[in-house]
Design a binder for this molecule. Structure first.
Ligand code: ASP
Ligand code: MG
Length: 426
């Protein structure tokens, strides 16, 4: 059995949904578990809806109607010769309306998961019905009955043993329904549930991770992530026209690349696959005959092609204790605690005797709050508009080329990786 994951870009409209059928038809006789994200930019649209719902006065109708119109339009364009899909969509929107008719709670993250998860419920319903109409028999499964998490809303942690049990149980139930025919199950990426049956989400772009959770639970033969790029490239093709495809990389290399911010795969995806030695294919949904990238146990040395990862809109913050004490374990754990409590992820850090610096994504509100807390004990320096560059398998020539017209604020090098915080100008 294989797991196929279709992200938002692959199902952004009716043409995208129809393309899924073409891809599945390439593998006529294999059991499949499909994991699907919300369509196109729908998760952002749901975030807007949530904001309107939680605002004073809570006038969410406009956002609600535009999300509804979007899905109804896609459903109509798919021209399915029965009305089951229209009926299904109508029902989901009446559930959403009911959810929105209750007053917001004082837990933003809880409300987020309760509302934003509808994006995946809708997309899977649409894909499932369309496949069905195209003769690809499948069973729609609510991920909130199989992915068990704790109650860290918006960044829920998976309870692996329970999840594996639930997933296996559901899959055998689904398979039994298909008898000797090819079994196919379709479920949502990104979402899960707590033991109390509350909806949770796994963090933005978490559908890749969902695919890995299912593959791990079922010991799948492989996972394929269908993307709008040909595979894992050594740089973002939007900024590097000569980016090259990495055809075969190790789990380790893929983890390093995604951890540093290569956005092609969600960083949590690889570890569960590595544990079960399940290969991960990253492939293009528009050129689906092409091989793409294979991520697997390295039986060869990693590709030594330099890879570049750029994170823009970074802020470099430096803390110096006002009382001239040194930066030691106590201040570090205090500072880490403050960052963690605001959910701000540290992309790079460095310390010296009197100074601790972190590079983080620019996020005004949280950073203002953090600075407010720290200012009494620390002198705080703040550099905006920085760029964090990571180069795997670097050489001096590529670094020098990158530094033209830039100043280096922080630089770190290990044998395989160079990382720099840069600003424009000399
Ligand atoms: N729909 C979710 C998001 O956009 C999850 C995903 O696409 O992986 O963040
Ligand atoms: Mg998405």
């Amino acid at each position: 059995m294989d797991v196929y994951k279709f992200g938002g870009a692959s199902v952004k409209d009716a043409t995208g949904v129809a393309n899924v059928v073409q891809i599945i038809k390439m593998v006529p006789n294999k059991d499949l578990v499909l994991v699907v994200s919300a369509m196109g930019k729908m998760t952002n649209a749901f975030e807007k809806l949530l904001k309107a719902y939680r605002a004073d006065g809570g006038d969410w109708m406009k956002e609600f109607n535009s999300i509804k119109a979007f899905h109804e339009k896609v459903a109509a364009e798919l021209k399915i010769p029965n009305t089951r899909l229209q009926e299904g969509i109508r029902q989901i929107f009446s559930e959403l309306e009911l959810a929105l008719s209750k007053p917001p709670t004082d837990n933003y993250d809880y409300d987020y998961d309760r509302i934003v998860s509808f994006g995946e419920i809708l997309s899977t319903k649409i894909v499932s019905e369309y496949l069905q109409a195209a003769g690809l028999e499948n069973t729609w499964v609510d991920a909130r009955t199989i992915i068990r998490t704790d109650n860290t809303y918006r960044e829920a942690r998976v309870e692996w043993a329970k999840t594996r049990e639930l997933v296996k149980e559901k899959w055998s139930e689904v398979k039994a329904g298909f008898g000797s025919n090819r079994s196919m199950m379709i479920t949502q990426g990104f979402i899960g549930h707590t033991a109390e049956r509350n909806t949770t989400t796994l963090g933005r772009e978490g559908s890749d991770f969902s695919a890995a959770i299912l593959a791990y639970s079922l010991k799948a033969e492989s996972v394929s992530i269908w993307k709008d790029v040909p595979g894992v490239l050594n740089a973002d093709p939007k900024t590097y026209s000569d980016a090259v495809l990495l055809k075969r990389i190790s789990y380790r290399e893929a983890i390093e690349l995604s951890y540093y911010g290569a956005s092609v795969i969600h960083p949590k995806t690889i570890k569960p696959l590595q544990n079960e030695k399940i290969p991960l294919y990253v492939r293009s949904f528009s050129n689906f005959e092409q091989q793409g990238t294979i991520i697997e146990t390295a039986t060869f040395s990693d590709s030594l092609i330099p890879s570049f990862i750029f994170k823009n809109n970074q802020v470099l913050i430096s803390f110096t204790p006002r009382d001239f004490s040194f930066i030691v374990e106590e201040n570090l754990s205090e500072l880490f605690g403050i960052f963690a409590s605001y959910g701000v992820k540290i992309n790079l850090m460095q310390n010296s005797a009197l100074n601790f610096s972190v590079c983080v994504d620019s996020q005004r509100e949280s950073l203002d709050a953090i600075l407010g807390i720290c200012q009494e004990k620390y002198e705080v320096l703040y550099n905006e508009n920085c760029q964090l560059v990571t180069i795997r398998h670097y050489d001096q020539e590529t670094i020098s080329r990158l530094l033209i017209g830039k100043s280096v604020l922080v630089e770190q090098r290990s044998r395989s990786t160079a990382r720099m915080v840069l600003v424009d100008g000399n």
